[in-house]
Design a protein around this ligand. Structure first.
Ligand code: A2H
Length: 253
């Protein structure tokens, strides 16, 4: 843990259709007129145009927390406690938990991804999601995150092994940020560093650092409302836009 707090943007990805396993687990526990959101924490809100899926840790336990009368958030218990102190929820204090749900039961759930070229994406598994960081939910942007690219490639290669449909992992990866080396920086680095799978942790860490620096300091937006602007400049603008639209909220830890 660093000394400075991380300023995350927590997105609200609305559930459109539960996976059958999730529907079973949640039966009768959430009011029918309420909306449920998966809430991934990101440090790169300007990349949200490139979301292709949302990762959960299959072995992690999530809570479905009552954020307001009509909205429930799927996040870790740890994140719910942090958010309570930050005034994220309508009522004061730790919110009511409508249900617990296993990450594996969420796989296949169809959700809405705000700003993305792919407005509807699936919840998919990623073993390396940490319970101790963010909300335990990670939105996947393979164009700009080497971890995300390595994982989505692995899922598309072995859909049966992961218990998913191949097409869920095959959405087009659209370039969203131009840097001096590439407009698909993460795939470029994964190839260059010969990363073969999400298990190549050492090279992935290197790729992640390179991508983060080059993307942030030398990137220019290729798409969206702030097309042509430097990433450094566009980043807070995209974040404010998402928050203003109630598609996201501030979360720090
Ligand atoms: B980032 P930091 Cl395009 N477990 O969002 C593992 N990873 C997690 C996580 C968890 N519980 N919670 C958040 N993250 C990921 C976008 C992105 C991210 C891009 C490029 C790099 C990048 C799309 N995924 O992160 O340890 C989330 O992925 C590289 C740093 O708090 C979040 O931002 O610095 C980032 O890690 C937070 O990592």
């Amino acid at each position: 843990e660093g000394v400075l707090p991380q300023e995350y943007t927590a997105l609200k990805l609305k559930v459109l259709e539960w996976a059958p396993t999730a529907a079973d687990a949640l039966k009768g526990k959430i009011p029918e007129d309420a909306s449920v959101f998966l809430c991934p924490a990101t440090l790169r809100p300007e990349t949200m145009y490139g979301q292709v899926c949302c990762f959960v840790g299959p072995s992690l336990t999530y809570g479905v927390f009552k954020a307001s009368e009509k909205e429930y958030f799927v996040i870790t218990e740890r994140a719910a406690k942090n958010m309570a102190y930050q005034g994220v929820f309508e009522k004061e204090g730790i919110p009511e938990k409508a249900a617990d749900i296993q990450g594996s039961d969420l796989i296949g759930t169809l959700i809405h991804a705000p700003l993305s070229f792919h407005s509807q994406v699936r919840v998919l598994p990623m073993d390396s999601v940490l319970a101790t960081k963010g909300t335990g939910v990670v939105t996947s942007v393979p164009s700009d995150s080497p971890d995300d690219y390595a994982m989505i490639t692995e899922l598309a290669k072995k859909p049966e092994f992961y218990g998913i449909k191949k097409e869920w992992a095959e959405l087009e990866i659209v370039p969203i940020i131009q840097t001096p080396t590439s407009d698909l920086l993460a795939p470029h680095l994964v190839k260059k560093l010969k990363i073969a799978s999400p298990k190549d942790a050492k090279q992935l860490l290197e790729a992640k650092e390179l991508a983060y620096k080059e993307g942030f300091y030398q990137g220019v937006m290729k798409v969206g409302e702030f097309k042509g602007e430097k990433v450094e400049v566009a980043k807070p603008k995209v974040r404010d836009h998402l928050i203003k639209n109630k598609d996201a909220f501030a979360y720090s830890e």
